[in-house]
Design a protein. Structure first.
Length: 547
């Protein structure tokens, strides 16, 4: 017997309809490429996203056709999120930090037909347009009078003139909730990038889950600043969850330096912000140097790479801001786990609470996880056994776009498919996940594993260290030994010996790095994460001093 409830598909358009009706005057504030601050409302976004949908109809784009963006976080990008997906097309957010060759490759692979870009990316568009014959219109996200003349880009229009002629009346179509809504290519450190293709259903379920109290805890009372880019895994789903709850949204545009982010947080009364550790590192540095405090910010979600405990403590003790450590990946829409305490932890002393908060947290309902050994046997949740982390759930990929890379899933005894994350982790008895490493970054020394994340976390707790990255280097006896590359804070001093001494008592003796290499900068990838492959290349001629 089937239930007798209404059969209404979960569609992204319902979010924008809902927020317009119930929170239409909710503010959307954007710092623009033009340099000014722009203000609109959810009602304004809804109206213009309908104009986007009409513009796409005029272009005769079919259901599931791809529309790409090369854009910062801002209101126009948000209008495209809703106008493109809501009308049944697929929004392909491209990471502008990728190499032009990669951008051309993925635009062709995705079969993008229209590409909308912020003016800061005009040089990129000029570099790739000739290699993207499938793109029949290039839309510059600007007013008509700012459209560059003699750009050399064919079929170029300004977004405002493209929208200007369109009506803001539009009936959002109804279709299967499993239809594709948006896509995002993984950074692909080896081989060609592969795309996660999200559906309306997966996006909606993720949006519900992300707003929950033990997840991002977003409500209509919040003013939310996603520093995480809308070009990478949909800014962790915030553009959708924000509409679901009707909160104020604040977009940083291209200005991601510590000073600009801090000023926006203060001027817009931001209560909740989301970003990767490198962004917060810059902001905390700026605040410390200038003796600044937050007036309204009360929590921040930090993920994308391991959040050093020193950062959690700095936020909490110096600024009274709760850090929610999160783990996820492109293939998971992206949220998998988020770290909040349970009721029984509230009475624990601060130190014991920090031990929990350092971890990447508990699975969100909708995500199943397990750790397995080399033979695929499930390992215990005892906080000690570490193994390959596998996940499954309705917002986890089952295969990549166009079947690239074959079937990624690993079947269990019941025939259910699990997605191998490529991460190595422990899970404790309370269900808290701790990422030990990417499986390819873990250092294998004398048959034992050393977590490069642990080694980095200790280094960045030193007051003179701005950034640190640990890699394994060849050792004839131990196979690999860890070394740590370190960027010093401006004006700060620390010697190799002082830093190695700093490790004593903080980790097992055999895990202490064999050497410290001071560097000017550590290479970062397109999503702000440390690029260990590049660091290994840079240090390829390095030899351990002990050899
Ligand atoms: P991406 O798909 O580019 O977002 O990268 C996902 C990967 O980033 C994960 O598989 C992890 O290796 C890493 N990652 C994400 N969040 C965290 C975290 N909180 N701690 C450690 N690693 C993380």
């Amino acid at each position: 017997m089937l239930g007798l409830m209404q059969d209404q598909p979960l569609l992204i358009s319902s979010l924008i309809e809902f927020v317009e009706r119930h929170n239409g005057d909710g503010e959307i504030v954007s710092r623009r490429v033009e340099g000014d601050i722009h203000r609109t409302t959810w009602g304004g976004i809804a109206s213009r996203s309908r104009q986007v949908a009409n513009a796409l109809d005029c272009e005769q784009l079919l259901f599931s056709d791809r529309v790409a963006t090369l854009a910062w976080n801002g209101y126009r990008h948000l209008e495209l999120y809703y106008g493109v997906s809501g009308s049944g097309r697929v929004l392909h957010t491209i990471n502008p930090r990728l190499h032009p060759d990669q951008i051309a490759w993925i635009a062709n692979h995705a079969e993008d037909q229209i590409l909308c870009f912020d003016l800061s990316f005009l040089p990129l568009v000029q570099a790739v347009h000739a290699r993207c014959p499938g793109i029949r219109k290039w839309v510059a996200l600007c007013d008509a009078d700012r459209l560059p003349v003699d750009s050399g880009v064919p079929n170029l229009v300004s977004y405002e003139s493209w929208l200007g002629q369109q009506s803001s009346d539009y009936d959002w179509p109804t279709f299967d909730e499993n239809s594709a809504s948006s896509m995002c290519y993984t950074s692909g450190t080896t081989g060609n990038p592969k795309a996660a293709l999200y559906s309306h259903r997966s996006t909606m379920l993720h949006a519900y889950a992300a707003a929950l109290p033990d997840v991002m805890r977003i409500s209509a009372q919040d003013s939310v600043l996603p520093v995480v880019p809308m070009f990478h895994v949909n800014a962790w789903g915030i553009p959708y969850s924000a509409a679901l709850v009707g909160c104020k949204l604040v977009f940083p545009g291209p200005s991601l330096d510590g000073k600009s982010v801090y000023e926006l947080i203060e001027s817009e009364g931001v209560t909740f912000a989301a970003g990767v550790p490198t962004v917060w590192q810059m902001m905390l540095g700026h605040m410390q140097t200038n003796g600044l405090k937050f007036s309204k910010l009360n929590r921040t979600v930090i993920g994308g790479s391991a959040c050093p405990p020193a950062m959690i403590t700095a936020f909490q003790e110096n600024y009274n801001v709760e850090v929610l450590h999160a783990w996820g990946m492109t293939e998971m829409s992206p949220l998998g786990t988020l770290c909040t305490l349970k009721n029984k932890h509230l009475a624990l002393p601060a130190d014991a609470q920090l031990q929990i908060r350092m971890k990447q947290g508990r699975a969100i309902f909708g995500v199943d996880m397990k750790i397995v050994d080399g033979e695929g046997n499930e390992l215990p949740w005892d906080g000690k056994a570490y193994g390959d982390l596998l996940v499954k759930g309705p917002w986890v990929v089952k295969e990549y776009f166009k079947g690239e890379g074959g079937d990624p899933l690993v079947p269990d005894a019941q025939g259910r498919g699990w997605f191998p994350t490529g991460d190595v982790a422990t899970i404790d008895a309370d269900g808290y996940l701790q990422i030990t490493d990417r499986s390819k970054d873990v250092i294998k020394s004398g048959g034992e594993w050393i977590s490069s994340i642990d080694i980095e976390n200790i280094a960045v707790a030193h007051p003179a260290v701005a950034m640190a990255a640990c890699i394994g280097v060849f050792h004839p006896k131990w196979d690999e030994r860890p070394i740590i590359a370190v960027v010093k804070k401006p004006g700060a001093e620390v010697t190799r010996e002082e830093l190695l001494k700093f490790y004593e008592g903080k980790t097992a003796k055999w895990q202490i790095p064999d050497d410290v290499v001071f560097v000017e900068a550590i290479p970062l990838g397109a999503t702000g994460k440390i690029l260990k492959t590049r660091l290994r290349e840079l240090l390829k001629d390095y030899k351990l001093p002990t050899l």
